[in-house]
Design a protein around this ligand. Structure first.
Ligand SMILES: *[C@@H]1O[C@H](CO)[C@@H](O)[C@H](O)[C@H]1NC(C)=O
Length: 305
């Protein structure tokens, strides 16, 4: 036992003294540590040892999927597989979908997919991290308003929400239905109300925005008030006169208010747009300057009313 230990120790000493690596290992310089050979193979594809001094393969042939003079470098994600990895590590046919770079070892960045990562991900639920880098499929479905495996299809007009499964309400025009939320951006068809135009007008109301009330009930009430007393015929007579007059008056008032609102909104809007442009042009100027510049335009209608 003691003797074999001595022999082993001597053998180890010999190796170290000779500064040679064991078969299948190599080192770069005398004092460097020995390391494993690369995937050198012979003409039959059998693993062979590399040059213990420097690690190169002789003959210079690597196992499939490896490249470099030492066959230490692993091929990337070549389209068609490792057999299309060339001796310098590039891929003869380009990269597999989801990878890019000369060596096809870089994954697509978040939000990109496909060949050369050239395609842009759709509207995946959960964001770009849920977009498959190879084919672009969204693993958790689409955000509301979008559909398809890649979530690149906008809901068709009249549909909205998750997977475009929801049917829009009675929007004035079906293309005015917000495809994410179902809100009718241009108002409702006559007879309907609510942000999504899903509610019928209340009893006795009708028309656009349910703004019109039942003619009979409304007119009769006003007729009574106007006349105070009198025959049934007179009631009806007054009703016929009072109702159109009142409707015209109310309509005029509404139109006036709407116009005032629109003008105010427009002026305000225009003013802010103007000051934004001004801001870009004269960054150094004080904020008050813009207020002053904008004011005359804005104040006019306020004085008038
Ligand atoms: C790799 O080798 C191929 C042909 O063998 C050549 O067309 C290509 O330019 C080389 N690429 C690099 C990065 O050396």
């Amino acid at each position: 036992m003691g003797l074999s230990y001595v022999i082993l120790a001597a053998a180890v000493f010999d190796y170290v003294a000779a500064q040679t690596c064991t078969t299948g290992k190599w080192k770069l310089s005398e004092n460097a540590e020995c390391q494993q050979c690369g995937r050198c193979v012979d003409s039959k594809g059998q693993q062979v040892a590399c040059d213990p001094n420097g690690g190169t393969c002789n003959p210079q042939k690597c196992a499939t999927g490896y490249y470099g003079d030492k066959c230490l470098d692993e091929c990337g994600e070549c389209l068609g597989g490792d057999r299309f990895c060339m001796s310098n590590g590039t891929c003869r046919l380009g990269c597999k979908q989801g990878y890019k770079g000369a060596y096809c070892n870089q994954q697509c960045l978040a939000g990109k997919f496909g060949e050369n990562c050239a395609e842009k991900c759709g509207e995946c639920q959960g964001g770009d991290s849920k977009c498959d880098k190879a084919v672009g499929a969204c693993s958790d479905g689409c955000v509301p308003g979008w559909s398809g495996l890649l979530c690149r299809l906008r809901c068709p007009d009249g549909r909205y929400g998750l997977n475009c499964n929801e049917k829009c309400g009675h929007c004035l025009f079906s293309h005015q239905c917000n495809k994410d939320t179902g809100t009718c951006t241009g108002g409702c068809k006559a007879g309907y109300q609510g942000p999504s135009c899903t509610m019928s007008c209340p009893r006795g109301m009708y028309g656009a925005n349910c703004a019109k009330s039942d003619k009979e009930a409304y007119g009769f009430g006003i007729g009574r008030l106007a006349m105070g007393s009198g025959s049934e015929e007179e009631h009806h007579g007054s009703m016929r006169i009072a109702t159109p007059a009142l409707i015209v008056a109310v309509a005029a008032l509404l139109v006036g208010l709407a116009a005032l609102g629109a003008v105010t909104y427009y002026r305000r809007h225009k003013k802010s747009a103007t000051s934004d442009t001004a801001k870009e042009k004269e960054e150094a100027d004080d904020v008050e300057t813009y207020e002053n510049v904008g004011s005359p335009v804005y104040k006019k209608p306020v004085r008038r009313h």
